[in-house]
Write a protein that binds this ligand. Sequence first.
Ligand code: CAA
Length: 274
Amino acid sequence: MGAGIAEVCARAGLDTLVREIDAGAAERGRERIFGSFDKAVARNKMTEDERSETAARLSFTTDLGDMADRHLVIEAVIEDEPMKVDVFSTLDKVVEADDAILASNTSSIPIMKLGIATQRPEQVVGIHFFNPVPVLKLVELVTSLMTSEETVAAAHSFATDTLDKIVIKSQDRAGFIVNALLIPYILSAIRMMESGFATAEDIDHGMVEGCNHPMGPLSLADLIGLDTTLAVALSLYEEFKEPLYAPPPMLSRMVEAGLLGRKSGRGFYDYAPH
Ligand code: CAA
């Protein structure tokens, strides 16, 4: 999702710095974003000049220390709480502006857990995007008990005025609004398939043709990533201890096997190499 977030920021006219874990990941991120620009040009949604100008606003680094001069940082590492806590703790030390906002794109981890990793929890907020970020308008704005009103107002203005997104506000509970509803639905579909009750294709066709969803729950899980789906389910289960959030064994086995959906080439469906 980091590539999508960087893309919409650069397209909105912002000087955008992307930090990736290593040079290879940075190159893959760059290819992904520039590939999306190529598609936009091919579909006459972007001119050649706009592509060059937008590309010039994007730069890449592998050093989190390069975030020192940023006014807003959006963390989008994998749904791993210790890893995110570590990133927030480092960002707190390196980002210099006193009023800089440290935001997380987490799908489910309570913002307070990230805020308390810093000395400025009042400037930590959730800005949660939806996949594919350039297409879906929604942003969940998640405020912890410590987030200040100034931070909320600035994050809201960034999402709506700068990025032209639609904001809903959520309190700071695992899964926020959308994933608290979406994940039990996806887990139910996996249980239905796991029990042999129906095929993946029939489950997905049922929801696409019967409820007019753009894609069925198993295709959607493949799009989100099965590792992310599992991580969000585990966060929800840890928070509420409700059986509806408990991941089905099939989901855990698929993630253990590296079957992560589109990004790995195989999940509930097979995908051509990209
Ligand atoms: N980047 C940029 N644009 C993209 C894109 C991407 N990755 N993927 C699709 N598009 C654009 C296409 O260019 C196309 O644009 P035009 O109509 O202007 O030509 C448009 O989106 C539709 O794409 P397609 O015709 O290729 O395919 P589609 O009509 O089947 O739509 C889809 C694809 C947008 C993914 C659609 O199926 C969809 O909205 N699915 C549901 C996605 C969803 O529910 N996402 C939320 C997941 S939950 C989450 O992200 C949060 C979390 O915490 C887990």
